[in-house]
Design a binder for this molecule. Structure first.
Ligand code: URA
Length: 183
């Protein structure tokens, strides 16, 4: 599937119940050849409204995290989510919803072919590594997703609620930058 076919398939997807309450599916944004790929959990209310990932409060923090790496949305970066449709009430997507959406994210990753993947939060970490443990214990290691190096850090929405952990996220970003440079 090329980008156009993939975008249409996601737009019209009815593979899980999340399609029932969405305003629109939120595909992903950024350079189609980005060396950095950030993966979040799923759209919230703002994203459901605007059709772009990470445009609400968490998105502002993500943009700040990107700026700290001297990266910017749309340049060298692609941003996608595990699920493309907003879970009602912003609940965590169910495993079967993440599984129903897996082919779409997998194809995005195949097409972008990033040099490094950064999983933002537990949902993305579990989906892309299969590792089931606390986020704190998953940080600081390099994983591989289909041969692509992958690192894990806190989700920006979590950081907004737990400001002291921002320092740890900063450590993770430095680790990501080193991993990227070595990849
Ligand atoms: N949180 C996410 O995980 N993704 C978004 O797109 C917005 C908020």
């Amino acid at each position: 599937m090329d980008w156009e076919a993939l975008r249409a398939a996601v737009r019209d997807c009815r593979r899980c119940i999340l399609c029932e309450q969405r305003k629109q599916a939120v595909f992903g944004v950024g350079s189609a050849t980005a060396p950095w790929l950030f993966v979040g959990e799923g759209p919230g209310a703002d994203e459901d409204e605007q059709g772009e990932p990470f445009v609400g409060q968490a998105g502002k923090l993500l943009d700040g995290m990107l700026a700290a790496l001297k990266l910017a949305r749309g340049r060298e970066v692609y941003i996608a989510n595990v699920v493309k449709c907003r879970p009602p009430g912003n609940r965590v997507p169910a495993p079967e919803e993440a599984a129903a959406c897996a082919a779409w994210l997998d194809r995005q990753i195949e097409l972008v072919k990033p040099k490094l993947i950064v999983a933002l939060g537990k949902t993305a970490a579990v989906r892309l590594t299969g590792a089931e443990s606390s986020l704190a214990s998953l940080r600081g290691k390099v994983y591989a997703y289909r041969g692509i190096p992958l690192v894990i850090t806190y989700h920006p929405a979590y950081l907004l609620r737990n400001l002291p952990d921002k320092a740890k996220a900063w450590e993770d970003l430095l680790f990501a930058r080193r991993t990227f440079a070595a990849a």
